[in-house]
Design a protein around this ligand. Structure first.
Ligand code: GTP
Length: 304
């Protein structure tokens, strides 16, 4: 048993531009799949947490939604959620896509970051795909404009440098009782995890035909007597044409998405999974404040 008095516990916010690799890093840190990863931007909507416990220390990683210039209401709520996540953290890890380098988007992020008073570290990601010289140059430039406690060069995808970053975080967590039991990897409910997995499979299969406002919700999550899980989910789209795309000819596409999601869910939960997918049209959900509340997103000034 761990002695409460010696426990350390803290929050690390993973902040960065869309597609910088935050979800990939989180998965690598936690060692299992808790946050969805796709090749498209803005897939992370709510704050997903992964928990790492090592020795006396527990770290709660917050995978913030990509912060970018807000256009629609949903985007504004996402940006708000991301920065409020950073404000609550003990350490803010700024994840930068080293392939892209400094972009106008990154510069505006850096402006926001200067207002965050918590200790900040720079994490240059995707080092597997860039030349070392350009990495050093990028690191020097970023360190000139922001005071980072430390700089890490990592490949979240290949795992290199991730352990050093984790060690640093472990050493910098304040004294305090753990928030989660030792074996808990994520505080997401099983239902949300299941929805995230299906959403990932949906977007991986249907790249460009449907917009990002398609969502997946778990309507029923039941643990059966034999220990297996029965999961009913609805894929919500905004148009009838999108519904047809998701279903595919003779229901082929949704069947394939279901099969992939089910396979992965069985690997994650380590029990047999019965997955039932439905597709429904719900118009303009992107402008419906209720939906944001369900996702845990707050609005500035209390209303959209
Ligand atoms: N080459 C390379 N690609 C990476 C690395 N880390 C992530 N990627 C790729 O970058 C893309 C985006 O990764 P995500 O982890 O989804 O990025 P994110 O920052 O969570 O994105 P949002 O949720 O949109 O904010 C994916 O295609 C990843 O495979 C890395 O270390 N090297």
């Amino acid at each position: 048993m761990n002695d409460d008095i010696n426990q350390h516990c803290g929050f690390v916010a993973l902040v960065g531009a869309p597609n910088a690799g935050k979800s990939t890093l989180l998965n690598s840190l936690v060692g299992t799949k808790v946050s969805i990863v796709t090749h498209k931007a803005q897939t992370t909507r709510a704050q997903i947490r992964g928990v790492v416990t090592e020795g006396d220390t527990q770290i709660v990683f917050m995978d913030t939604p990509g912060i970018f210039a807000p256009k629609r209401r949903l985007d504004k709520a996402m940006v708000q959620a991301a920065w409020s996540g950073a404000g609550d953290a003990d350490v803010v890890a700024f994840i930068v896509d080293a392939i892209k380098g400094i972009t106008p988007e990154l510069e505006s992020l850096m402006e926001g970051l200067t207002n965050v008073r918590h200790p900040k570290v720079l994490v240059l990601n995707k080092v597997d795909a860039v030349r070392p010289e350009s990495l050093l140059e990028l690191s020097a430039k970023l360190n000139e404009s922001i005071k980072f406690e430390s700089t890490f060069m990592i490949s979240a995808l290949k795992g290199s440098g991730v352990a050093d970053f984790l060690d640093w975080c472990i050493k910098h967590m304040p004294l305090g009782p753990w928030h989660f039991p030792e074996d808990q990897l994520t505080d997401l409910t099983l239902a949300i995890t299941a929805a995230e997995v299906t959403r990932e499979k949906l977007f991986l299969r249907i790249h460009d035909e449907i917009p990002y406002n398609a969502t997946v919700e778990t309507e029923r999550f039941q643990i059966e007597k034999d220990g297996s899980y029965r999961i009913d989910q609805v894929v919500y789209v905004t148009r009838d044409t999108h519904k047809k795309i998701v279903l595919g000819a003779g229901g082929q596409t949704i069947k394939a998405i279901g099969a992939e999601a089910r396979k992965e869910l069985m690997e994650i939960f380590e029990v047999p999974v019965h997955l039932f997918l439905f597709v429904k049209v719900r118009e303009k959900w992107g402008d419906d404040p209720e939906r944001y509340r369900e996702m845990g997103l707050e609005f500035p000034h209390g209303k959209p």
